[in-house]
Design a protein around this ligand. Structure first.
Ligand code: URA
Length: 238
């Protein structure tokens, strides 16, 4: 790999900026100052220092974001803030993208990565990665609803959903509201909201708690993100 690409990939600047740094003599490879940006390095074996600091090559980046409401699950948008706008400059890369989508008003776990192959596998209908949601609902969710979700609900007349697990966490008879968790094995457009609508109720708040083995947990505030741990990544890759 060319030295300028290596450094640009590691977020030291644009290709043009890092060419300037190389020309200035800020970069050494195996203890030699290299002033040619065309110089090739072995990204895994050569010892590259930038201004005296070692640079370790990393090809893929994986993050867990606690998505807040009001931002869209896209990389760029002319009107709305996107989930990538939440990234700090030092972590932002233009090859990062969200794995699937959450609605603009939905909060919770969203994976952000630059590994197209893994993302494709996670979203593949064949892989059936399950997703767990927490929802507040206007209306009383019942045992009949649970049975209907388990049997496989038909939404909007002709779309048949795979069997889903509906857990009723709380029911407030006085205010006619419920709190539920829903475990889905597929990802249809607006699926949770449409399934709840199909049994005559309405989602008023929605949050994704889990995607496959990756759990949102309590550590991240809304809008915060963190890299996946090596253990989490290994679980996702299996
Ligand atoms: N189901 C929905 O209705 N919305 C989401 O954002 C995710 C699942």
């Amino acid at each position: 790999m060319r030295l300028d690409k290596f450094l640009a990939d590691m977020n030291f600047g644009t290709r043009r900026e890092v060419k300037g740094y190389i020309k200035k003599g800020l970069v050494t490879v195996n203890d030699q100052i290299i002033k040619s940006d065309k110089f090739h390095v072995n990204e895994y074996e050569d010892r590259v220092l930038f201004d005296g600091e070692p640079v370790h090559y990393q090809k893929n980046f994986y993050y867990l974001l606690h998505k807040p409401g009001g931002v869209i699950s896209a990389t760029v948008d002319n009107y709305d803030e996107t989930v990538l706008d939440l990234f700090e400059d030092q972590d932002f890369r233009d090859d990062l993208f969200p794995v699937g989508r959450l609605d603009k008003d939905t909060e919770g776990l969203l994976l952000i990565m630059n590994d197209g192959q893994l993302a494709h596998r996670l979203l593949s209908p064949k892989k059936h990665v399950d997703k767990e949601y927490y929802a507040q609902v206007a209306g009383i969710v019942t045992a009949e609803d649970q049975a209907a979700f388990k049997a496989g609900l038909t939404i909007d007349g002709d779309e048949v959903c795979l069997p889903a697990q509906l857990i009723i966490d709380a029911v407030d008879e006085e205010n006619q509201t419920s709190e539920i968790r829903l475990i889905l094995h597929e990802g249809k457009f607006h699926q949770v909201k449409r399934m709840v609508q199909a049994v005559g109720k309405e989602v008023t708040y929605l949050k994704r708690l889990r995607m496959g083995p990756i759990v949102l947990g309590e550590q991240l505030a809304l809008g915060e993100y963190r890299p996946l741990t090596p253990e989490e990544l290994a679980l996702l890759q299996n």
